[in-house]
Design a protein around this ligand. Structure first.
Ligand code: NDP
Ligand code: MG
Length: 383
């Protein structure tokens, strides 16, 4: 039986790489559903090639084009946010890869958990916003949440076979991004073009900006708390510019385990699909004659304030990470439109954290309200 996989965000960086994994293992995996937001031409191409049961385009204006282009094929075609939330519930689906970007991933992920689907989680914003809620739902419905983020996949791989041995520390590696060596003065004037040029990874625009500002690492710290059940003081970030060590776990006997490899997201995607097995791959192998220098530095939270703000949100807990995420989505979108400076992003996030009403134990409805309020307050500061 081939594993039936739904890819939410099949037209993105993670989505297209997930399809490469499926293509490499047609005997093991099948794309049951593919979804996109706007890129209808690519979705059509993917649908014709992978022949899923269903496709969903969230932007309803693109529905007629999609429907027409697939009219000769037995593929069900849907449009809109509701359709995206419902498709994940289809009975044959076993794994839902959440590869869409931002807060929009929360509701479909919740639906997939309720329907008992294993979650291959790339959409880290879901855990940042509502980690506690997602964990309690995953427990209630007995659904595994398997990390796709490379750092968390590395930790997850280090934990395999440890049979509950307690974690002393999770050590997340960070490349440091394109501005690792920049001074405060230089950071003041960096452009989106510079920020979009990541030294080691090719990713979607939003996460690339988050990587340059180190908000991505801050989010990964929060993500690690919920995935591995560790306290904030047990999560350490170390800058490792070569991105060869993808992350590490330190155990109570002082042993440190690491997972190494080329920077290639197809491995963590494939591991989430194949877990607990490993499946042979064609991915490039690490060549130790080439990576002679593995270096480590401490992160600088003065130049990269977002990392400190994310730790602060993690300590405050409640709806604070949801506030940070919403404000961050607003400022990143603004930065990509040249409406705010690189350093200005942290100012807006910090002010939004101070202004939005704090809720200690939020419900789903509280998260929805918090997200809306934080977006409004962050947007006001851009005027
Ligand atoms: P991309 O921007 O490349 O792709 C995003 C995908 O989601 C696209 O298919 C897009 O559709 C779709 N999408 C965007 N907005 C919406 C929406 N509102 N509703 C429904 N679908 C939407 O992002 P990435 O692939 O880089 O990242 C996806 C997620 O994975 C993010 O949460 C990111 O943090 C995480 N991640 C990514 C990594 C990477 O290497 N790229 C590494 C680790 C984590 P369309 O293109 O058709 O508009
Ligand atoms: Mg990562």
């Amino acid at each position: 039986m081939k594993k039936q996989i739904a890819i939410l965000g099949s037209t993105g960086s993670i989505g297209t790489q997930a399809l490469q994994v499926i293509e490499e293992h047609p005997d093991l995996y099948e794309a049951y559903a593919l979804t996109a937001n706007n890129k209808v031409d690519l979705l059509i191409e993917q649908a014709r090639k992978f022949m899923p049961e269903a496709v969903v385009i969230v932007n309803e204006a693109k529905y007629p084009q999609l429907k027409e282009a697939l009219s000769d094929l037995p593929i069900k075609v849907y449009a809109g946010e509701e359709a995206l939330c419902q498709i994940v519930e289809s009975a044959p689906i076993q794994v839902v890869l959440t590869a869409m970007v931002g807060y929009a991933g929360l509701r479909p992920t919740m639906n997939a958990i309720r329907a008992g689907k294993a979650i291959a989680l790339a959409n880290k914003e879901t855990l940042v916003v509502a980690g506690e809620l997602i964990n309690s739902m995953a427990n209630q419905y007995h659904t595994p949440v398997l990390p796709v983020d490379s750092e968390h996949s590395a930790v997850f791989q280090c934990l395999a076979g440890e049979m509950g041995n307690p974690i002393e520390k999770v050590i997340l590696t960070a490349s440091g991004g394109p501005f690792r060596t920049y001074t405060m003065e230089q950071l003041r004037t960096v452009t989106k073009e510079q920020a979009l040029h990541h030294p080691n990874w090719s990713m979607g625009a939003k996460i690339t900006i988050d990587s340059a500002s180190m908000m991505n690492k801050g989010f990964e710290v929060i993500e690690a708390k919920w995935l591995f059940g560790v306290r904030p003081d047990q999560i350490e970030v170390v800058v490792h510019p070569q991105s060869v060590i993808h992350s590490m776990v330190q155990f109570e006997d002082s042993a440190v385990k690491a997972q190494l490899g080329m920077p290639d997201m197809r491995l963590p995607i494939q591991y989430a699909f194949s877990y607990p097995d490993r499946v042979k791959s064609s991915f490039e192998r690490l060549d130790f004659s080439k990576c002679t220098d593995l270096t480590f530095e401490q992160p600088d939270t003065k130049r990269f304030r977002n990392l400190a703000l994310a730790y602060e949100a993690l300590h405050q807990a409640g709806n604070m990470p949801c506030i940070v995420n919403a404000a961050n989505e607003v400022v990143v979108a603004a930065f990509l439109k040249d409406q705010i400076s690189f350093l200005g992003m942290s100012d807006v996030i910090e002010k939004t954290m101070q202004k939005v009403s704090y809720i200690q134990t939020p419900t789903y409805e509280d998260y929805v309200a918090t997200d809306a309020e934080a977006r409004r307050i962050a947007a006001e500061q851009l005027l």
